[in-house]
Design a protein around this ligand. Structure first.
Ligand code: MIC
Ligand code: SF4
Length: 645
């Protein structure tokens, strides 16, 4: 029987395991990417493995997230990362070159290859027909050491796209519609494969918006075929020779099927404060807006910015709105400067930011007190904009631009002739200029000195798991706790990321400001969570910092993939209630006793007694044998060090 694209990608990288959905598989990783706010942890782990050079085809370290440099911490991190790249044979993408996911598929990505990155939106590469998966830093360090990635074989969902988008709609509306239907946990354990007639009408950049925000579904990855559109894109990037076709076989099958008619879509918006709280823009009425941000790895492409500029052309941004624009990459920015687009934006009153993540993750452009911010980025969790009380709405660049003009959530058709948007597409030839990419140093680099700023503290190593864990509940959290809830976003907070003792002081600070003092007082504790605990970003600080504060285990109704892996890697037990209704019977402060943990890890179930309330319940470890061994070894670093030796 034939194979679908995901099966082909996995089969061609399979090191071991069976491709049955849910089974553990090991896949060879060809490319890795890291960025400045997750990288330091990854390279500290890599250094500890004592390997002379990365063992991948291509590894790139991007400096793109925290470019505000509010103090010396981030520039110190950047110098450290540059010295790491020089020593260990990585490319370094300098600050200003643009956002990792976009540059990666523009300049490095190849259909058929596998990519693993320390960022949840690494999935963007699926637009080129790559197997692109986000992970924590420890997992990426493992891949850089040449070891295969441990993964659960996802169920593959065939998404048949029909029709074509109408001029007022964009790829953002496709993925918002997916989120509306499936929710932020609907994609857990799944990979989405987009096929059908409608695919042909989408440029690679539009596909990138969809694969990027597949992360918001909780999906392992998303992919499009490597068709003629991909060939055209690679040609436009001066890399046609990197093209190989990749299609599903005609007789292949899928685990699930769904259909989406592009022509039926209308402009959509994700309302505060979850990417799946999706509504029609036209149904929301008068939502007054203080701030608009256009950009990010989701919507920072050439055509995204050009469409926004076209909507704004001849208008001036509303007196009560602050509009900022960050083009995704320097390459596109240069092109948009040369073709007059940037001038249109500036004439309309838009403020141009550098090519970086910036406001998307709360790094600059915080919203005013109780403010409303409309953004083209991918996440609107509480606090994501850098201020705890801002209300964030996620929309397409066209809707964002129209909104900036009126000061209310607005459809493009209300402010411009939308037929002119239909002709805007990606260029036939991009301006290729890789001067901001420093290539890997060949040969012996053993004398390259690693420059370590004072904020870069050693990676904490977890304590070994003990047979009995008797601890109080330091936090009872609700459903869909994101890693933004655990480790909040902002320029100042992101700058702390190389220093776990410092990061530990901000754990859950926007969700429950007393958490840290309580956890410290308790010394060792356990966290209880609802559904989809740890969704969102890949930041492994959300596992390491609680571990540093003595959190021994998390018991939740369900858990997000990357966060669960991060907990395992850092020696924290990821437990799932066998019976979810027990959640209601636990209160913060209850004393829980986890019995027979070492045997329980092997058996994948641990009995827990609530000593305070007097009952016992079963928890499940949804882990593989190998992951059980990681926990028993005291975390991934100890485990793979042994393997490498
Ligand atoms: C995000 O979009 O949330 C980030 C910032 O890019 C993160 C990475 C991090 O916070 O460490 C991600 O998506 O993984
Ligand atoms: Fe950067 Fe935002 Fe994309 Fe994360 S989602 S990589 S912060 S632009």
């Amino acid at each position: 029987m034939g194979q679908n694209i995901i099966q082909k990608l996995i089969a061609s990288h399979l090191v071991s395991g069976s491709m049955e959905p849910g089974s553990e598989i090991y896949v060879k990783i060809d490319h890795t990417l890291t960025h400045d706010i997750t990288a330091v942890m990854a390279y500290l782990a890599f250094e500890a493995l004592e390997i002379s050079k990365v063992r991948t085809e291509c590894s790139v370290s991007y400096l793109d997230h925290n470019l505000l440099q509010v103090d010396s911490k981030t520039p110190d991190d950047h110098i450290f990362l540059q010295s790491i790249a020089k020593k260990y044979g990585l490319y370094l993408s300098r600050p200003g070159n643009g956002i990792c996911h976009m540059i990666h598929y523009f300049r490095f990505g190849k259909p058929g290859k596998s990519l693993m990155g320390t960022d949840s939106h690494t999935t963007t590469g699926g637009a080129l027909g790559m197997l692109s998966i986000g992970a924590g830093g420890m997992d990426v360090a493992t891949a850089m050491a040449g070891l295969p990635m441990r993964l659960k074989m996802p169920k593959v969902v065939r998404v048949e796209l029909k029709g074509a988008l109408n001029p007022q709609c964009s790829a953002k509306d496709v993925i918002l519609e997916m989120l509306r239907r499936l929710t932020v946990k609907g994609g857990v354990g799944k990979a989405y494969e987009y096929v059908g007639e409608g695919v042909k009408s989408l440029t690679v950049a539009q596909r990138g918006t969809i694969t990027n925000m597949g992360a918001e579904l909780g999906a392992t990855t998303s992919v499009f075929p490597a068709d003629d559109e991909v060939r055209k894109f690679l040609k436009a990037q001066g890399r046609e020779s990197d093209y190989t076709p990749l299609y599903p076989d005609e007789d292949c099958t899928y685990d699930e099927y769904m259909e989406l008619d592009l022509s039926e879509l209308v402009p959509l918006v994700a309302c505060p404060s979850m990417p799946d709280k999706v509504a029609k823009v036209e149904d929301l009425g008068h939502v007054k807006v203080d701030q608009v941000f256009i950009g990010s790895c989701t919507n920072g492409s050439y055509s995204d910015i050009k469409k926004a500029a076209e909507v704004l052309d001849g208008h001036v941004v509303n007196d009560n709105v602050s509009l900022t624009v960050a083009v995704g990459t320097k390459q596109i920015l240069q092109m948009l400067m040369e073709d007059g687009t940037i001038s249109k934006l500036l004439c309309s009153g838009a403020r141009l930011l550098e090519c970086a993540c910036g406001p998307c993750t709360g790094i600059g452009q915080a919203a005013p007190t109780n403010g409303v911010s409309v953004r083209t980025s991918n996440r609107n969790f509480p606090g994501r904009g850098g201020t705890p009380d801002a209300q964030l709405y996620l929309v397409s660049p066209e809707v964002a631009a129209a909104t900036a003009i009126t000061g209310y959530l607005t459809l493009p058709s209300q402010v411009c002739d939308i037929t002119k948007l239909a002709d805007i597409t990606e260029p036939e030839e991009y301006l290729v200029d890789d001067k901001m990419l420093i290539p890997p140093v060949e040969g012996d680099t053993s004398d390259v000195e690693i420059i370590r700023g004072p904020n870069i503290k050693p990676l904490p190593i977890p304590e070994m798991i003990t047979p009995v864990i008797d601890v109080p509940v330091s936090l009872k959290a609700g459903d869909n706790i994101s890693t933004d809830d655990i480790i909040p976003a902002s320029a100042t907070f992101s700058a702390m990321r190389s220093n776990i003792p410092m990061v530990a002081e901000i754990v859950f600070s926007r969700y429950d400001k007393d958490f840290v003092s309580r956890a410290k007082e308790m010394k060792n504790s356990i966290i209880v969570g609802g559904e989809n605990y740890g969704q969102g970003s890949s930041r492994e600080h959300a596992a390491i910092a609680p571990m540093y504060l003595g959190v021994k285990a998390v018991i939740a109704k369900s858990m997000a993939r990357i966060h669960k892996n991060n907990l395992i890697n850092h020696g924290v037990l990821p437990l799932i209630f066998e019976d979810g209704s027990i959640y209601d019977k636990i209160e913060a402060g209850d004393e829980l006793v986890l019995e027979n943990c070492l045997e329980g890890i092997k058996a994948k179930e641990i009995m827990v007694t609530n000593k305070t309330k007097g009952y016992t319940f079963k928890t499940i470890l949804e882990i593989s044998d190998d992951e059980a061994n990681v926990l028993l070894a005291g975390g991934q670093l100890r485990y793979i060090k042994k393997q490498i030796q």
